[in-house]
Design a protein. Structure first.
Length: 328
């Protein structure tokens, strides 16, 4: 086992998830403390075209694993391929983005490798050889620090936007190692036969830098148009409270919260959302929170950096108009 920090680069259809690059910046930081280097691995049916972009983000060595069975995410082949990469790389630390794929893969690879695992970390540091991570508990009410100890592989999945990616260095070189794979019948008990996108190109709330979220106060799907207009001008995504999704104003894929998605954008604008604990669980890690609510004592104001006690139907179109004017 060496002191290198390995990052799992998540890609779909050749498009790399930005959170992967944020983890490469973190890996370089940790590698300085650990006395190792930041490394990356990327799995897919054809990934060799991605290595330049990964090297530009600071990976000193890149492990690639290619096979037709890795064309879309399936737990069996991905776990086996990542296990083969880990055998080749032998790092002490593995960082994985907290995504649906990352959560699934991290728990499986931890079981396969008998590794220590922490899920959905907001902060990651090293204390000697031990990974010290901060995660949230009880729907975000508490922040808990854990130390992963022992001479085993230590794995952390890290929340998107918890760290910033560095500027890409064009022409940066990395060693490339293609890992050979051997799948068995047992590796592919469930095969993905088709993926149909339901988002029609709309930005996902977990990936956007800005999330404009609406609650029950929007009253209809039609009224959400003003949220979409504001999101568009800010190049962001539209989110919603569960009440708004349950009422059919927005699809559940946009729901933020305990039973929805956890988001950590740079800017979260909550309009007509009361701030129930289950909603806060999904957005209180946002860097800057702006709340728009007619009720001055709405709980959302307790977590907001900026609060506007005003009717959202008055303020939101004005914000859009003013931003458009500023953008010329
Ligand atoms: C097990 C469980 C899981 C849950 N998971 C989630 C989850 O993942 N995500 C989630 O969001 N909720 C979740 N909930 C539901 C949660 O408890 C709340 O019921 C929900 O978040 C309320 O949504 P809301 O704030 O949009 O609606 P409301 O509580 O009805 O609040 C509407 C707010 O809009 C304000 N308002 C009204 N009119 C205007 C106006 N014109 N302009 C500005 N403000 C206005 C009101 O003052 C009020 O504060 C969960 C609940 C349970 C029990």
């Amino acid at each position: 086992m060496n002191n290198n920090i390995l990052v799992f680069i998540e890609q779909r259809g050749g498009k790399i998830l930005p959170a992967s690059f944020q983890l490469l910046a973190l890996a370089n930081e940790l590698a300085t403390t650990a006395g190792g280097q930041a490394e990356a691995c990327v799995l897919g049916d054809s990934v060799s075209g991605l290595t330049d972009a990964i090297a530009a983000q600071g990976a000193k060595k890149i492990y690639t694993a290619e096979a037709p069975d890795l064309g879309s995410y399936a737990a069996g082949p991905f776990t086996t391929a990542l296990a083969a990469v880990l055998d080749a790389a032998d790092p002490r630390t593995l960082l994985i983005p907290t995504t649906a794929m990352g959560r699934d893969l991290a728990s499986r690879i931890a079981a396969r490798k008998r590794a220590a695992l922490a899920i959905d970390c907001m902060e990651v540091a090293l204390d000697g050889n031990d990974l010290v991570v901060t995660t949230t508990m009880y729907a975000g009410k508490f922040a808990a620090k854990f130390k992963l100890c022992g001479s085993v592989l230590q794995i952390a999945t890290v929340r998107s936007n918890a760290y910033s990616a560095t500027d890409p260095q064009a022409g940066a070189a990395a060693d490339i190692e293609a890992v050979s794979l051997g799948f068995t019948d047992g590796d592919n008990r469930a095969t993905c036969t088709e993926i149909a996108s339901t988002s029609s190109g709309v930005k996902d709330v977990t990936e956007a830098d800005v999330v404009v979220s609406g609650g029950r106060a929007l009253k209809s799907e039609d009224n959400f148009k003003i949220m979409h207009e504001l999101a568009e001008v800010l190049d962001g995504a539209v989110g919603a409270s569960r009440a708004a999704c349950d009422a059919g104003y927005q699809p559940h894929t946009r729901q933020v919260g305990l039973t929805g998605k956890v988001v950590t954008p740079r800017l979260y604008i909550a309009c007509g959302i009361d701030g129930a604990i289950q909603h806060l669980a999904g957005m209180r890690g946002s860097k800057v929170i702006v709340a728009v609510n007619t009720k001055a004592d709405a709980p959302i104001f307790k977590v907001a950096n900026y609060g506007c006690v005003i009717d959202l139907f008055t303020l939101v179109p004005l914000m859009t108009q003013e931003l458009r004017r500023l953008q010329g």
